[in-house]
Every structure is written in structure tokens, then in C-alpha cells.
Design a protein around this ligand. Structure first.
Ligand code: G16
Length: 545
């Protein structure tokens, strides 16, 4: 355990072990993988992501920054080493702020500057930041770090430890965890009243709230609900960690059959694969009933029902958002309260979901740019803020007023008690596939719905397509704030508009990914054929550049 730094910033020697320099950048196989001194990287949608070979020096530098942030805040900061839905050969790193939320925007800028400095500039850049932060005594500073199941993880954990050690900030290695578990640990370290800051504490919080709510849920007499679920673990951390959670939730509550447990991470399976390809993941077949997929680090969840032609009916993040929002609104009907309620989506939300939310739930959804950090930020303005990306990444957040009016209310009112418990089942710190799965199952049981009922009783998706188009340099693509209009390269948006005009009730846009070197094409239209044609025409526009 290290000691909080308490010296003078400008007297510090900044020594970088050669293996963590750009010049050597030794990878997890022990080979040097030098990075050109002028190669640029950006803190993207979810931190830095790249081929794992490039990550060693990036993780080292980010870890230093996490230590500095911990000292500035005099609190625990998180460092998550994962590339989530990306292929197994990639890795990534992101910094988690004290409340368990994403790193503040001005610090994302520092991270990009620090990572982009040359080996010679790095010590000076470090000192400049030290002076800016100017914190000399921080006894509570700590960095907690976890990895996903990628082969490169352990090596990058060592790089993180070395980076945090530059200024001797305390470091905790939590081994293999899901991303939401690490976020949860950060929050509990800083706010012990929120929960026990341990992996076991996380399981207890979720399982206890789920089991209590299960007892307060009266399944209708004529119910189609089944607690059987076939679960695609994306060959990632979701498998071992969800098994740990199930030690506390036995088969009377949930009957899970695991698939895709130990193969190649995210390969032909996982939430991202299923959402984008809209086909069955590996090792599933048309006889499977209710199915769900985690992504590689278990922060995304989607459900699907195989159809007889080996395709699927997809129940994505939009369907989860509407299901949870419907349940919460139904409970609120039985309580006199003026709690505000909001739903946040992105441009990828299916048009039908946004219309349903407005017309049937009476809420105008707020649309923000991609990235849970943007959705989270918008959601916390409400007493109850439901936010989900169509890709299955999301949660519900609750305000202090909700705490006061609902959580601390000792009433016997069943709806109040249910809201108290659903707000504990859901991991409000960040989108969490485990917590979302428990919440979905409770709500389906409450309404007595099968997966088909859920799919049919709310709204029907309009046909939609998402295409990943590999590009050499995604940084040449610039969009407007809400990401539906391309500003650069100039003239391309006119071509897109001309294509969209060819199809009735259509909508389409392209935007650069913040996690992969691709451009994402999204299209919606009245028919599957038109949607496919529109999507492919935009794909061709990108390819022709
Ligand atoms: C990350 C972010 C999500 C985002 C996704 C795709 O997910 O946390 O908010 O939707 O990347 O982002 P982009 O379209 O910019 O590539 P994950 O699950 O990979 O961490």
C-alpha cells in the first residue's frame, strides 16, 4: 500500500521505466512495440481503445493521471482496463470519477494531451499538470483498477500499477471484474453509505433487492412469464462474474443456461454482434426461447427471441428503456408525488420507440450524442431519469428528492416499496448488464409477460440497419452535436439527403465511431428492402471517399 504524496510538485523526479515509454512500449508478449513519437490518440467515447500492442504506454500514462485525479479529489478514482465490445486483440483504458461516473470533460483533455506527448515531453507535461492541480496533501487518494478477460489485461495491470506509483498513490488491483462492478466499487469507496466497497458487497446489494422485490411482485394468475433464460456471455467476464452473483440467487428465482462462456471474446456473439447483425449468436438455435446477450465487459444487455428462420426478434436498449419506464410510471400512478421523470436516448433510438415514449408514456425523449457519459449527464436532471442507448447500454438514475420521498419513506404502500427496491436492483451508478437483467426479469414477471408479449405489447420497431464501414482515418468525419448531420467532409451531407429523400418515412445518418476505426451508418425506412438499400447507399458514399 502506498502513501499519499505530500511533497512539492516541481522537485519530483519523473522516472518512466523504459518498457512503458513510447520508444519501447513493451507489449504483453514481452516484445517491443515502439510508438512513433508523433502518433496521436484521443480519449474517445469510452476512453482510449486500440490494438493491445499500443496500449502499454497509454495505460501507464493514464494511470499516472488517475493518481493525480485521486489526489486532486482526495478520493478514490477508478481505472478500468477493457475494450468492451471490441475484438479480443484490442484493449482499452478509461478513468472513473469519484461518484462512479465518467471522467470530467476537462480531464479527458488532460488525458489526451498527456498520452500524445513525446517521451521527452512527458516529464514536463506531468509537472505542468502537477502545478495546475497543486494538491500536496491527499490522505484518501487511491486508485482501484480492474481488467476484463483479455490476454493483455495482466500486463496492462502492471503498467497501471507502475503509473500510479509515480507519485506513490495507493493502488488496489481488483483482478477480473465487469466494468460496472469497478464503477460501483469507486462509488462505494467514496460513499460508504451507498454500499460495501467489495465485489461481494455488490452481489449482496443486487441479490437482496432482487429477492425482496420478487416477494413483493404478484405474478398475474394468467401469466406467460418463465424464469428460464439462455444467456450469451460473449465469451467474456460476464460468465464468471454472473455465476458469482447467482450463488446468491437460486433457481427458484432465475434459471439461467449459459452459452458462449470461454471461447474467443465477442467473436460471433455478444450484445454488439447480435444488435448489429440481427442474427443468432454462435451456439444458439431456433428452439431457444427467451435469450439475452451481454457484451465483452458486461455493461450492455440485449434480449432476443429466435424465429423459425434462424433470425431473431430483437429487444434492444430501447425496448428495455420502455419496459422499465412503463413499470416505474405504473407504480408512480399509485403515489401522490411531483417527482420529475425523463427518458434519454440517442440518434440510434428506433423511431417507433421515441414515438411510443411521447404518445403512450407522455414523455418527450431527450436526444443526446452517443456515449453513456452524455446520457447520464442529461438523466441526472430528473428525479427519475431513464437512459438507454439502443445498443443495450443504460440504466435509471434517481435524485436526492427521490431518496427523500421514496427511499426514506416507511409507508406500507406497495408501489412505494416496489420503487424503493427496483431503485436498488438497478445499478444507478452506470449501465450494468447484470442489474438490468434482474430488473427486466422482475418487470416481465410483474406483468406476466413472455418475451413475445414484451415484444408485441409495447411497439413494433421500424426496420433499421446499422453498418460498420472501416476507414483509414475516422477523424476526417465531423458531425453536428446531436450527430445526425455530417459537417465534414463538406458536401457529403447533401449526398446523404438525396438518398434519404428517395424513401418514404426514412431517416439516415453517418458518424465516426469513438471506439473503433470505423464510420457507423444508420438507416430506417418503411420496409426492410428500402432500409437495406438506403443503408448500402450510404455505405457506398463512405467507401467512395
Ligand atoms: C461504448 C460506450 C457507449 C457507446 C459505444 C459505441 O460502449 O460506452 O456509450 O455507445 O461504446 O460507441 P461508438 O459508436 O462511439 O463506437 P462499450 O460497451 O464498448 O464500452
Amino acid at each position: 500500500m502506498g502513501q499519499a504524496y505530500s511533497g512539492m510538485a516541481d522537485s519530483l523526479p519523473v522516472k518512466v521505466p523504459a518498457i512503458y515509454s513510447r520508444n519501447q512500449n513493451v507489449n504483453h508478449n514481452g516484445q517491443q512495440s515502439p510508438i512513433a513519437q508523433d502518433e496521436k490518440f484521443a480519449y474517445g467515447t469510452a476512453g482510449f481503445r486500440n490494438n493491445a500492442d499500443k496500449l502499454t504506454f497509454i495505460v501507464f500514462r493514464c494511470a499516472y493521471l488517475a493518481g493525480l485525479r485521486a489526489r486532486q479529489q482526495n478520493q478514490t478514482i477508478g481505472l478500468m482496463i477493457t475494450a468492451s465490445h471490441n475484438p479480443a486483440c484490442d484493449n482499452g483504458v478509461k478513468i472513473v470519477d469519484p461518484k462512479g461516473d465518467m471522467l470530467a470533460a476537462d480531464w479527458e483533455k488532460y488525458a489526451t494531451e498527456l498520452v500524445n506527448s513525446t517521451d521527452d515531453q512527458f516529464p514536463t507535461a506531468v509537472r505542468a499538470l502537477e502545478v495546475k492541480v497543486n494538491k500536496t496533501f491527499a490522505p484518501n487518494a487511491k486508485v482501484v483498477c480492474a481488467i476484463d478477460t483479455r490476454e493483455s489485461g495482466k500486463h496492462l495491470m502492471n503498467a497501471a500499477k507502475a503509473g500510479v506509483a509515480i507519485f506513490n498513490v495507493e493502488f488496489e488491483n481488483h483482478g477480473i471484474l465487469t466494468t460496472p462492478q469497478l464503477h460501483y466499487l469507486v462509488k462505494c469507496n467514496n460513499e460508504p453509505s451507498f454500499g460495501r466497497p467489495s465485489e461481494f458487497g455488490y452481489y449482496c446489494t443486487l441479490a437482496n433487492a432482487f429477492k425482496k422485490l420478487h416477494h413483493l411482485t404478484n405474478e398475474p394468475e394468467e401469466s406467460n412469464y418463465s424464469n428460464k433464460l439462455v444467456l450469451d456471455c460473449a465469451n467474456g467476464v460476464g460468465f464468471p462474474r454472473f455465476q458469482d452473483l447467482l450463488q446468491l440467487i437460486d433457481e427458484r428465482y432465475l434459471n439461467i443456461e449459459f452459452r458462449n462462456e470461454n471461447g474467443e471474446l465477442n467473436f460471433g456473439c455478444g450484445a454488439d454482434f447480435v444488435k448489429i447483425s440481427q442474427v443468432l449468436p454462435a451456439n444458439f438455435n431456433s428452439n431457444d426461447e427467451k435469450c439475452a446477450s451481454f457484451d465483452g465487459d458486461a455493461d450492455r444487455l440485449i434480449y432476443f427471441k429466435p424465429t423459425s428462420d434462424n433470425k431473431i426478434n430483437l429487444l434492444d436498449g430501447d425496448k428495455i428503456a420502455v419496459l422499465l419506464a412503463t413499470y416505474i410510471k405504473d407504480q408512480l400512478k399509485n403515489i401522490e408525488t411531483d417527482l420529475t421523470f425523463g427518458i434519454i436516448q440517442t440518434a440510434y433510438a428506433n423511431g417507433s420507440s421515441s414515438r411510443y415514449i411521447e404518445e403512450k408514456l407522455g414523455v418527450i425523449p431527450e436526444i443526446v450524442p452517443t456515449g453513456v457519459k452524455n446520457l447520464h449527464h442529461a438523466a441526472i436532471k430528473y428525479d427519475i431519469g431513464v437512459y438507454f442507448e439502443a445498443n443495450g447500454h443504460g440504466t435509471v438514475v434517481f435524485s436526492e428528492k427521490f431518496d427523500e420521498v421514496i427511499r426514506r419513506n416507511s409507508s406500507e404502500n406497495l408501489s412505494i416499496q416496489r420503487l424503493q427496491l427496483i431503485s436498488r436492483v438497478i445499478n444507478e451508478v452506470v449501465g450494468d448488464a447484470f442489474a438490468d437483467l434482474l430488473a427486466v426479469e422482475i418487470v416481465l414477471r410483474h406483468y406476466g409477460w413472455s418475451i413475445e408479449d414484451w415484444n408485441e405489447k409495447l411497439y413494433k420497431d421500424v426496420p433499421n440497419i446499422q453498418i460498420k464501414v472501416p476507414v483509414e482515418d475516422r477523424s476526417i468525419f465531423k458531425t453536428t452535436w446531436e450527430e445526425t448531420t455530417l459537417i465534414e467532409p463538406s458536401g457529403i451531407q447533401d449526398l446523404i439527403n438525396a438518398e434519404v429523400e428517395k424513401y418514404s418515412n426514412s431517416r439516415a445518418f453517418i458518424r465516426p465511431s469513438g471506439t473503433e476505426n470505423i464510420v457507423r451508418v444508420y438507416a430506417e425506412a418503411d420496409t426492410v428492402e428500402d432500409t437495406e438499400k438506403l443503408g448500402r447507399s450510404l455505405e457506398n458514399i463512405v467507401k467512395s471517399l
